[in-house]
Design a protein around this ligand. Structure first.
Ligand code: HMG
Length: 440
């Protein structure tokens, strides 16, 4: 069967930086360690006033098309995944196509365009749609462009405010991809939940503590469902485990849950039995409460073992390096986690062709999805082309007062006048007022 998967990837980070330890924590009268250690975040990438989900998505897509020498005729489908949409009728992909048509001779009239919504997981769902479109033989030799773009903003004073971020990830989905093949097998954990939602409102209503529990519950279900089609997973099967990363502390919890699940009935559980005991099994307890308590004790011990720590350092920690600097990008989040892990592997000179990734996507509302990815021959060239380090380093570090102003502009009062407030870039799409997306 011909491989289908991600052929190319480009990332666009918001142009401003909100430093959590230096700027945010003092303004909130909080200890910097709450953010840097507790949540595991150093900064947010914040959108400048001339940026929005369209300009960020168009800039990522444009860079991808330029680098790969593509024309609109090469792309048969444009799907945008976002939960920051401003239009209840026209999909954001039409706005992005409109931007791109300003700089290419051809147009995208032949391309099927849409917008996918299911909180953060819709980025991965759009990959699935593209995969299915190609597998069904409907693509006429063309590739799909998937853009995950969000301004992840919370109300000021909300506990989620520290986890904000903004950016876009553009991905090209093709036959015989250069970067990675997507697995046919997928596992889902999906339930109607109300811990994070935005019913006709600007900011999410969030029960933050509950959202953490829902994430873990759905992820466990998805892993079990994945195993029901792909067979039991083992920690050694995967070189990296990119997970949806609202903040790295969340992934620390998810990774521990996944590891505990994967070592059940394996030689690792056997070997660790002297050190931490055997993993509790529900049937050995009279009540759920006793089982949960015993599992909590076991997990606390497991976390301290060198087996777990070595696995975490190799498989999970590298996926969190970009997220730590940019915050939550909602739909793009799991895709920057993958890029982060692969960038780390490239810098370490690791030969990963043919190796597999275990990818855990998640969206509030709520749904988790697990699939596997296999790295292809040209993964190193693709990852070496990323400019995310330069983008992170060149962001403008804003004061708390500037942050409050930009936050207000984005959420209440976005006007064309604000456009040139900070540094406007050359040769990028910028917001110039509604109905006018300019190129500088
Ligand atoms: P909070 O109340 O600000 O923080 O909310 P906290 O008091 O729970 O502290 C956070 C961690 O920092 C804790 O660690 C503290 O112990 C630690 P943990 O117990 O979790 O391991 N801490 C410190 N550590 C060192 N030194 C210190 C210190 N102080 C505290 N001085 C919360 C945290 C996550 C609830 C909040 O940020 C929030 O509401 N975030 C938004 C919701 C969210 O991100 N949920 C994650 C799961 S849902 C999801 O991922 C979906 C999402 O992306 C949306 C979508 O799908 O569309 C959000």
């Amino acid at each position: 069967m011909t491989a289908v998967g991600i052929d190319a990837i480009e990332i666009h980070a918001g142009k401003l930086k909100l430093d959590l330890a230096e700027t945010f924590a003092p303004a909130k009268n909080e200890s910097p360690e709450k953010y840097t250690k507790g949540l595991g975040l150093a900064a947010s990438s914040f959108p400048d006033t001339y940026e929005d989900i369209v300009t960020m998505g168009a800039n990522a897509a444009h860079r991808l098309m330029e680098r790969r020498g593509l024309t609109p005729q090469d792309i048969g489908r444009i799907d945008v995944a976002t939960e920051s949409s401003f239009d209840n009728s026209k999909p954001v992909s039409t706005y992005i196509a409109g931007c791109l048509e300003q700089v290419y001779d051809g147009d995208f009239h032949h391309a099927n365009k849409g917008e996918r919504k299911f909180a953060c997981i819709s980025g991965t769902q759009s990959l699935d749609d593209a995969y299915n479109w190609i597998r069904a033989g409907r693509n006429r030799g063309r590739s799909a462009l998937v853009v995950a773009t969000d301004t992840a903003l919370y109300a000021r004073g909300d506990a989620g405010e520290a986890t904000q971020g903004a950016g876009a990830v553009a991905m090209l989905i093709s036959e015989n991809p250069r970067l990675l093949e997507l697995s046919t097998e997928q596992g889902y954990g999906s339930a109607d939940e109300t811990d994070f939602l935005k019913p006709n409102q600007q900011f999410p209503s969030v029960d933050g503590k509950r959202s953490v529990q829902v994430y873990l519950a759905r992820m466990r279900e998805a892993l079990e469902d994945f195993e029901s089609v792909a067979g039991d997973t083992h920690p050694d099967d995967f070189v990296l485990g990119p997970f949806h990363t609202p903040f790295p502390g969340m992934v620390r919890k998810a990774a521990l849950l996944a590891y505990r699940h994967m070592i059940r009935d394996t030689e690792i559980e056997e070997r660790l039995a002297d050190e931490v005991g055997r993993q509790p099994r529900p049937e050995a307890f009279d009540s759920d409460e006793e089982y949960v308590e015993a599992m909590g004790d076991y997990t606390d011990l497991l976390k301290e073992t060198s087996d777990y720590q070595n696995w975490y350092d190799a498989t999970i920690a590298p996926t969190l390096e970009i997220s730590r600097e940019v915050g939550n990008w909602y739909t793009g989040s799991v895709h920057i986690a993958r890029a982060s892990g692969l960038k780390h592997a490239l810098e370490e000179g690791m030969d990963l062709t043919g190796e597999r990734l275990l990818v855990g996507s998640y969206g509030s509302g709520a749904q988790a999805e697990i699939h596997a990815e296999t790295l292809q021959d040209e993964w190193e060239e693709e990852i070496a082309a990323l400019t995310i380090d330069e983008q992170i380093a060149s962001r403008r570090d804003i004061t708390y007062e500037e942050y409050e102003h930009v936050h207000d502009v984005h959420n209440h009062d976005k006007q064309a006048d604000d456009v040139e407030e900070f540094t406007t870039p050359d040769a990028e799409f910028v917001f110039e007022g509604w109905g006018r997306m300019g190129e500088r």
